[in-house]
Write a protein that binds this ligand. Structure first.
Ligand SMILES: NC(=O)c1ccc[n+]([C@@H]2O[C@H](COP(=O)([O-])OP(=O)(O)OC[C@H]3O[C@@H](n4cnc5c(N)ncnc54)[C@H](O)[C@@H]3O)[C@@H](O)[C@H]2O)c1
Length: 287
């Protein structure tokens, strides 16, 4: 039985990743801030992983073969920019350094599609659908922290570390409770996002079911792909009732019939396809 350590295991994506790893037969240890509820399917350790010594001692104590690093301030502009950058950077660096030090076989890091730079007035994509080769253009501390997280993975790969790194950029993550009506990350419900396209337009209508994203994370844990690779994890359709051609700004490159983000790389290299769509999961139904 392989021990997998999930940072931020009490969070929205973390709970789904813990469940998927446990279902895959792993012994799962979740590490999250004191005061957070331990997720089902994992042993729980309370720790603030911005503390370098604490991060090192937790990973040494657990000795994981696989590390999934999700802990972060996960919402842009939800804290002062300096605090957000410092927190996310120290979390990612502490966890990566500790994982390499204990000889973990793999580390999967959560990045975000926001590295593309959308949401900034005047931003436009060079081409659509966006793929992992599209240039990044962060314009706030959250996106910058994710570019740095991706560069950490690239750095360890370049150094030839035995630990294999992979990066996942999940779309706007939706949990089963949120399909059923609970507020999503920005406070809107799925029903509101579908009724008012201006809301989902902020993230170019991307989204992913938490369980589908978790499935990709589990695959990345023991995938035979080069270290440092980056993968979008998005649904196969936009979170919208109308086609993107009717919703995206007129001065964008011609939009695809499907979503604005390509998931071809994960399909090609990992055999991953998202199994869920808002049309099958949203309690309010496809109409
Ligand atoms: N939710 C999304 O739509 C989305 C999209 C793209 C990327 N992501 C990324 O995925 C990851 C998980 O996102 P989420 O939506 O589950 O966020 P979340 O806020 O639900 O979970 C993050 C978890 O990290 C923990 N955490 C924060 N600071 C910590 C610290 N100092 N030490 C230990 N734990 C700490 C929090 O307590 C929380 O449980 C994040 O890295 C986020 O940036 C999320």
């Amino acid at each position: 039985m392989v021990t997998a350590l999930v940072t931020g295991g009490a969070g929205v994506l973390g709970r789904a990743v813990v469940r998927a790893l446990a279902d895959a037969g792993h012994h799962v240890v979740s590490v999250d801030l004191p005061g957070t509820a331990g997720p089902d399917g994992a042993d729980a350790i309370a720790a603030d992983l911005t503390d370098t010594e604490r991060a090192r001692s937790v990973l040494a104590e657990v000795g994981p073969a696989m590390v999934v690093h999700l802990a972060a301030i996960a919402v842009p502009f939800s804290r002062p920019e300096t605090e957000l950058l410092r927190t996310n950077l120290s979390l990612a660096h502490n966890v990566c350094e500790a994982a390499v030090a204990v000889g973990a076989g793999s580390v999967v890091l959560a990045s975000s599609p926001t590295v593309m730079g959308y949401g900034r007035p005047g931003w436009r994509p060079r081409y659509l659908p966006l793929d992992e080769d599209h240039p990044v253009a962060p314009w706030h501390a959250y996106a910058l922290s994710k570019v740095a997280t991706e560069q950490l993975a690239a750095m360890y790969a370049r150094r030839g570390e035995r630990t294999r790194f992979a990066v996942v950029r999940p779309g706007y993550v939706i949990s089963p409770e949120q399909w059923a009506g609970a507020p999503t990350q920005d406070g809107s419900t799925i029903g509101e996002r579908l009724a008012d396209p201006a809301i989902a337009a902020r993230s170019l209508f991307n989204y992913v079911d938490a369980r589908d994203a978790a499935d990709l994370v589990v695959r990345l844990g023991d995938a035979d792909v080069p270290s440092g690779e980056v993968f979008f994890a998005c649904a196969a359709d936009p979170l919208a009732r109308a086609p993107l051609a009717d919703l995206l700004p007129r001065d964008y490159p011609a939009p695809p019939a499907g979503p604005a983000f390509s998931i071809d790389k994960a399909a090609r290299l990992l055999g991953w396809r998202p199994g869920r769509s808002w049309r099958t999961e949203f309690a309010g139904g496809p109409r």
